[in-house]
Write a protein that binds this ligand. Structure first.
Ligand SMILES: [Zn+2]
Ligand SMILES: [Zn+2]
Length: 382
């Protein structure tokens, strides 16, 4: 994203040149927000999104390398501790390779499903991108600017100092955080949401490719949420700074994008990355997401946040685990059976939604052996 908002954007230069040459700059002087500026680059961005090395992807090789370097530092500093095996239990690793890429995790069927869903997600992403960043976000941004102009008059044209830039970054990240929490909350607390979101939670091991593990129906929703948050804050601050937001956006969104991506990679990685408890009460450590993926009843619907723990604390969904607490990943056995292979992860949610819309009760196929896993498999809203 940072690259798209570059001040050297040829689109912006073109527009400015055109406005100057045509002599309409003084009369129109329209404030352009960051999203409006990138609409002209949608096609290029769509191609970028398809490429594995795309800067849009938290799975770009640079970020993955950075993730593994951080994990290697943990290996040395923790003397081989702090990584989990495929059952979600802490397992001291014998060597660095086992610490970074344990065989039982990367050969697990769940990891293969991650890759299948990831490739599908990549294929669909240009559509979501065009829909959210390319259409809805610039529209929202333009209207936010117009709304502020209507309510408060012309832009105060505040000098974008470092403090103001940080404030803008903070507002943006808090908006994204709030939208993420409530989207995630609805995914867990509504029957249709949970039928779809089970695809993410059916991951029995966590790898960086678990992050985009979602049913393609919810792809637009996850793309749209942050785009709405960023578009509104982008619109507000484009008005505050009289359009001088472009430069600031790169700095802020760029930095936050990297932190967000790194945090996201560790959220779905078997090496636990926790903060001190006093900090986790305010900020979501990546390791808190390990608990979120656990099928143990005490961990259900916990730690729904992305950046801060504020919403989790307000809604009573925060769970701060012990240092080496076991977090077995996946769904209850009954549900897991319906969401294990790639095909089922694509088909089962659609079947489930049809069943819910028809008002039919959930029926599980008869089992030959008793379900020993503790997670209750009934719909969460039932
Ligand atoms: Zn979830
Ligand atoms: Zn997750």
């Amino acid at each position: 994203m940072a690259q798209e908002l570059s001040p050297e954007s040829p689109f912006k230069e073109e527009v400015q040149k055109y406005l100057e040459e045509s002599g309409v700059k003084e009369t129109t002087d329209e404030i352009l927000g960051p999203f409006s500026e990138i609409t002209n680059q949608i096609l290029e961005a769509m191609w970028n999104a398809l490429l594995p090395g795309s800067p849009f992807s938290s799975l770009s090789w640079e970020l993955l390398t950075f993730t593994f370097i951080c994990a290697a530092v943990f290996w040395f500093s923790r003397k081989g501790r702090g990584s989990k095996d495929s059952t979600g239990r802490e397992r001291p690793a014998k060597n660095l390779l086992q610490y970074l890429f344990p065989k039982d995790i990367y050969t697990h069927q769940s990891a293969r499903v991650d890759i299948g869903l990831y490739l599908l997600d990549r294929g669909m992403f240009p559509i979501w991108f065009a829909l959210s960043l390319g259409a809805v976000a610039p529209f929202l941004e333009r209207n936010t600017i117009a709304g502020f102009e209507a309510m408060f008059g012309a832009s105060p044209a505040i000098e974008p100092t470092v403090a103001w830039r940080l404030f803008y970054g903070l507002v943006s990240i808090l908006m994204v955080d709030a939208i993420f929490y409530w989207t995630h909350y609805m995914m867990h607390k509504t029957q249709i949401g949970w039928a779809l979101h089970k695809v993410h939670h059916s991951a029995q091991v966590l790898t960086p490719w678990t992050r985009p593990r979602e049913h393609f129906i919810v792809g637009p929703l996850w793309a749209l949420g942050p785009a709405i948050g960023l578009a509104i804050s982008g619109g507000i601050f484009a008005w505050v700074f009289n359009g001088n937001i472009t430069q600031i956006t790169i700095v802020n969104v760029g930095i936050f994008s990297v932190l967000y991506a790194l945090n996201g990679n560790f959220r779905h990685y078997h090496v636990s990355f926790r903060y001190p408890r006093s900090l986790e009460l305010w900020l979501q450590s990546p390791g808190m997401h390990h608990t979120h993926h656990s099928y143990l009843e005490k961990h259900w619907d916990s730690n729904l946040g992305l950046v801060t723990s504020i919403w989790d604390r307000m809604m009573g969904t925060i769970y701060i685990a012990d240092k080496y607490e076991e977090t077995p990943w996946g769904l209850a056995e009954k549900d897991q059976r319906e969401y294990t292979i790639l095909k089922d992860n694509l088909v089962t949610p659609v079947k489930e939604i049809c069943r819910i819309l028809r008002g039919r009760p959930k029926e599980y196929p008869a089992q030959s052996s008793p379900d020993l896993t503790p997670r209750n498999s009934t719909d969460l809203t039932a």
